[in-house]
Write a protein that binds this ligand. Structure first.
Ligand code: DPM
Length: 351
């Protein structure tokens, strides 16, 4: 890029979104000190509709669509998202060109200040109300803590923390550890939930940089901040979700790691009340070659795996990651995962 180029970066307006965007820009500046960046902020449907539970708005790209429109119109060069808000299929012409190193992907409990002596959900009195709009969190926590009640809470993280402290409607709320930590509010965390209590959402804790798939220049520019292990784990998680045809509003949860160079993916599908569940763990070693993609005018396009395209990892490894997710989903489908999800969807539509 030319010395004088200003790179335009799209971001949501919330404090968390801006911190995330600034973090990405800061890392990029270390590699490209001569470049200047300008942040262009916009509101999304998810930011504007605050009186409904996410699962009832019924759109998949709630927090991303408006930003993607700006990207398509070339009003911005790339967009920074929480990967977990990006659907597993991106709009045509878009791709995730880099996934940054993942923070702690767990969920965390923040207790009401009046419970300063309580350190776990288990200790809360019967019928205490837990604030979360995530069906995934509700389903898993109901299994473990049937003595508690669960109620929707919306708004950005700061709003939720204020509602917890001031409204007296909730005894505790559940938030992503990564979000609270990025806001500098780590000391509000009472308890981090281990994966045997609550597996996290697909892509949780990772930041994604979305670019136009034909914009090789920007893709090359942002590649330096990609973290290969995070990208591989997230491809496996997204392939799991995609095969199950899940979205952000179904109780699908995962946990992944790379052990001795192999991806180990755990996943689960839950009924809304948590009474039914199918969980499993999967890992594979065999690798797959795969084919080259071409655009309409014959230009070679980067290969994409659940929307993610990474230069620095051989396609065979990316494909193996994808297959890990696909195969785990197929395993769970044989054990009844699809029936559970069909019931969840029916219930959501009738609400
Ligand atoms: C998605 C979900 C939630 C967000 C559903 C889920 C949480 C909704 C809620 C797909 N996106 O997790 O099962 O709690 O009512 C969101 C957060 C972050 C990104 C906040 C959070 C920050 C963490 C990250 C909202 N999106 O989960 O507490 O970057 O991974």
């Amino acid at each position: 890029m030319e010395k004088s180029t200003v790179v335009r970066v799209g971001s949501r307006k919330s404090q968390l979104a801006l911190i995330q965007t600034e973090t990405v820009i800061k890392s990029l500046k270390l590699h490209h000190p001569h470049l200047e960046f300008e942040i262009i902020t916009m509101s999304t449907t998810g930011d504007n509709i605050l009186d409904k539970a996410l699962s009832k708005i019924g759109e998949k790209s709630l927090f991303t669509k408006e930003l993607e429109v700006a990207l398509a119109k070339r009003e911005v060069d790339f967009v920074v998202h929480s990967l977990k808000d990006l659907p597993t299929t991106l709009p045509p012409g878009m791709m995730i060109g880099a996934v940054c190193r993942r923070e702690d992907p767990s969920d965390a409990v923040v207790m009401h200040p009046k419970y300063h002596d309580i350190i776990s959900l288990e200790q809360l009195p019967n019928d205490s109300v837990i604030g979360t709009s995530s069906l995934r969190r509700i389903a898993q926590l109901q299994r473990r803590y049937p003595h508690l009640k669960y109620q929707s809470i919306r708004g950005n993280l700061n709003t939720r923390l204020r509602k917890l402290d001031e409204d007296n409607a909730y005894s505790a709320i559940i938030l992503a550890t990564a979000g609270i930590t990025r806001l500098g509010l780590k000391d509000r965390i009472t308890q981090k939930l281990p994966s045997d209590v609550c597996m996290h959402a697909v892509g949780q804790g990772a930041l994604a940089v979305e670019v136009r798939e034909d914009d090789t220049e920007t893709h090359n520019l942002i590649s330096c901040i990609n973290d290969n292990d995070t990208a591989l784990c997230c491809i496996a998680e997204r392939a799991f979700m995609k095969t199950l045809e899940g979205g952000c509003s179904v109780p699908v949860a995962v946990h992944s790691s790379i052990t001795h160079g192999k991806i180990v993916l755990s996943g689960g599908v839950f009924s809304l009340d948590g009474t039914e569940c199918v969980v499993g763990t999967h890992s594979i070693v065999e690798k797959d070659g795969g084919a080259t993609r071409y655009s309409e005018n014959g230009m070679k396009l980067p290969n994409m795996f659940c929307g993610i395209s990474i230069h620095s990892v051989p396609d065979s490894d990316l494909r193996t990651a994808e297959q890990t997710g696909v195969q785990l989903a197929e395993q769970l489908q044989k054990q009844g995962a699809q029936e559970i999800l069909n019931n969840v969807r029916q219930f959501n539509v009738s609400l």
